[in-house]
Structure formats: structure tokens, C-alpha cells
Write a protein of this length. Structure first.
Length: 414
């Protein structure tokens, strides 16, 4: 990589890591808010769904803003907005305040993926390496967000912990806005003409025409697959620390680890370690899923990964009867949940034309993170009106719907 490539890649890596750090800090905080605000799981599930929905819903307008104003400014604004939102969250007086703060975070974070992907596509000549590093940074944030949040809850109350989390976003925005690079340096270096953005949307009519051209029968099926995968993702992760605590309690006891006793530390239990470990296993899943995209047809690989998720959902409750099997089931969930992502991305690319690739990912991010945010509400409602055990049939149902659509693609390809 040349100097410009390294600077852009580093800037994008920091942005990607922080987006997912903030995203996955929320499930850890939910376990505290359930007691702090005396709220039901259904109420908090609906509250966090607002931020997660806006995280996805802003992807398409975010892409339009990137074309108008450039990636550097959008990413800097994203980082500043996320830091400011978590500062606001630290002062939230109740559930309504959480809704407002997380809604502001979702709007700020929503522009990152179209901005970051466009920046690498347009500015980095060695894009393959840049995308690899970019993906790894995102996974570091996914695993690091809950781990760092849980560690901060040991010496601090949740409000102080959230205020500390706000600092990296604000600092990264200040530094990143001053980094010198050419964000269009690779436009002329693109040889294949297929990966660089080529579609200009100057009007509503242009946008509607491009959308009509994108939504072929095949892309509609892919859109449905990623939508159900997004629901599964959010339904599984939002309350997972709480669910793991329910399963671990009769196995190892509800008490936290020895030195972690009293005050806010009393809330730091083994379930949060296990949740962080599950997300860390997802890094290996991403690697394997990425390698599989070169070895098998993406439709087949995606169908296989979704089938594993269905199996994990069906077997999770029986596996929770023993510590070792619960650990294995948690690892399998993390591996499969993140391992399907590169397979999903490869399938999206296979069913979208090169000059509509950016728009295709805008729509699919809307499905995964926007519509998928309803998964938090679904899980919250199940926990409130049914039981933790009932969450996993819900996950199996969502996975089965995705699997049925994935098998349609396999049959069509054959």
C-alpha cells in the first residue's frame, strides 16, 4: 500500500471499529437498564429498536449524501455524532431519554457504511487488502464493544461508563478531519470498471429508475434472505447477555467473580464474558466465511450457514443444561452468525449489476439493520410475555424463513 492507501485504510478502520463498538455496547447496557429504569424487556426492546432501525434506514440517504459531500466529511460527522450521542445517553433520565440518545446514534452511524465503502472504493488502489483490514477492524469493534463496556462497569456506574465511551468518537472525529489523503486517488486506477461507483442519482426520478432496474426477481429473493437474517441477528444479540445469565445462573451461580463484588461491579457477571467470547469467535467465522466465497457458489454457502443457524437455535436450550455444551452452543452461534456475512455479501453482489452495486448494498443495509431492528422488539416481547426459552423457537422460525428463500436461489442456479 502507498501512503494514501494507508491513511484512508486507517481512517476507515477506526470508523468501522467504533461504529460496531457503540452498536454492541448497547446489549450490555440493556442488562443494567432493566434494573435501573424498572422497565420490562418489551419496553427496552422497543426503545433500542429505534436506534437500530435508524442505523439501517439512513443507509440509502447516507449514500446520496456521500455522493454530494464526499466520504471524509460524512465519516467525520458520523464519528462526532456517535460520540455526542453517547454523551447524551450518559445523561438520559429514563427510557424516553434512551430512545432519543440511541435514535441520534442511529442517525449518525447510518452514514458510515456507504461512506466507508465508497472511500475505500474510490481512494485505495489496493482495495482488496483495504477491505480485508476494514472487515477485521469491524469485528474487533463487535467483540471489543461489549468487553470494554463490561470492564468499564466494574469501577464505574453505567452513566460514567457511557460518558467514557463517548470520548473515542469525539477524538477520532477531530483527528480524522485533519488527516491528509486523496479520497478519489483510485478512480482512474480501476481497471475492471465494475467495482467503482458509476451511478449518479441527481433526482428522485433517477433514484426510482435505478431502484426499478435493481429489483429483479433474484435480487428480491436475496433482499428477503438478508431481511430475515437481520431480524435473527438483532433478535439474538440484543438480549443475549441477559439470556446467557439466565442459563448460567443455575450452572455456576448468580454471584459475580470473586473480586467483582459490591456497587456497579456486582452487575458484572460471567454472562458478559461469555457474550464477548461469542462475538470474538465471530472473527474466525468471518474468516472462514470469506474463504468459502472463493471455494463454493455463494448461494450454497449462504444456505449452509443459515441452516447451521437454524440448528443452533433449535439445540441451544437443550445445550444450556450443562456448562460445556452451553459454551459450545454459544461458540457455534457466534461462528455461524458472523460467518454468513461474507457469504451474504457475495450473494448480494452476484444478484446486482456492477453499476448498481452501491445502491444494492444501501437497500440490503436497510433490510439488515433497519427492518432487522424489529428483532429487538420481538425478543423483548417474548421475554416479557413468555419466557427466555421461547426466544429460540422465534430464532429458528426466522432462520427457517431465510433458509427457504436461500434454497430457492440454489434451485434457480441449478
Amino acid at each position: 500500500m502507498n501512503r494514501n492507501d494507508r491513511r484512508i485504510t486507517g481512517y476507515a478502520m477506526v470508523g468501522h471499529a467504533l461504529v460496531h463498538t457503540y452498536e454492541l455496547a448497547v446489549p450490555i447496557l440493556v442488562t443494567v437498564w432493566l434494573a435501573e429504569f424498572s422497565a420490562t424487556a418489551a419496553t427496552l426492546g422497543a426503545a433500542v429498536s429505534v436506534g437500530y432501525a435508524l442505523f439501517g434506514a439512513g443507509a440509502i440517504p447516507g449514500g446520496v449524501l456521500v455522493d454530494r459531500f464526499g466520504s471524509r466529511r460524512l465519516i467525520a460527522g458520523c464519528l462526532f455524532g456517535m460520540g455526542l450521542s453517547f454523551g447524551l445517553l450518559s445523561a438520559a433520565p429514563g427510557v424516553a431519554g434512551v430512545v432519543v440518545a440511541l435514535g441520534a446514534w442511529g442517525l449518525a452511524a447510518s452514514v458510515y457504511h456507504p461512506a466507508g465503502l465508497a472511500l475505500i472504493s474510490n481512494g485505495v488502489e489496493r482495495r482488496g487488502a483495504a477491505f480485508a483490514y476494514h472487515g477485521m477492524a469491524g469485528n474487533v469493534g463487535i467483540a471489543g464493544g461489549p468487553f470494554i463496556t463490561a470492564l468499564l462497569l466494574v469501577p464505574f456506574g453505567w452513566r460514567t461508563a457511557v460518558a467514557v465511551l463517548a470520548v473515542p468518537g469525539l477524538a477520532a472525529a477531530a483527528v480524522g478531519s485533519r488527516v491528509d489523503f486523496d479520497e478519489t486517488a483510485a478512480v482512474d486506477a480501476v481497471a475492471d470498471g465494475g467495482d467503482a461507483p458509476t451511478m449518479e442519482v441527481d433526482s428522485v426520478q433517477d433514484f426510482l429508475a435505478a431502484s426499478r432496474g435493481l429489483f429483479t426477481a433474484g435480487f428480491l429473493v436475496v433482499f428477503g434472505i438478508v431481511l430475515f437474517n437481520g431480524l435473527y441477528y438483532r433478535a439474538a444479540l440484543t438480549f443475549l447477555p441477559e439470556l446467557l445469565g439466565e442459563f448460567l445462573s443455575p450452572l455456576v451461580g448468580a454471584a459475580p467473580l470473586g473480586p467483582l463484588s459490591g456497587g456497579p461491579a456486582a452487575e458484572f457477571d460471567l454472562s458478559r464474558y461469555l457474550f464477548t467470547g461469542l462475538l470474538a469467535v465471530g472473527i474466525a467465522g468471518q474468516y472462514v466465511g470469506g474463504r468459502l466465497t472463493d471455494a463454493v457458489e455463494p448461494e450454497r454457502g449462504l444456505a449452509a450457514a443459515v441452516a447451521v443457524l437454524v440448528g443452533v437455535a433449535l439445540l441451544f436450550v437443550p445445550a444450556a443444561g450443562a456448562t460445556w455444551s452451553l459454551l459450545l452452543a454459544s461458540a457455534a452461534l457466534g461462528f455461524a452468525l458472523f460467518g454468513l456475512q461474507p457469504l451474504s455479501q457475495a450473494t448480494i453482489a452476484a444478484y446486482s449489476p456492477p453499476d448498481r452495486r452501491g445502491l444494492s448494498f444501501g437497500y440490503t443495509y436497510l433490510a439488515i439493520f433497519g427492518v432487522g431492528a424489529l428483532g429487538a422488539s420481538l425478543t423483548g416481547a417474548v421475554l416479557t410475555y413468555a419466557s427466555p426459552i421461547a426466544v429460540f423457537p422465534l430464532l429458528a422460525g426466522l432462520g427457517t424463513a431465510s433458509l427457504a428463500l436461500a434454497l430457492v436461489l440454489v434451485v434457480v442456479v441449478e
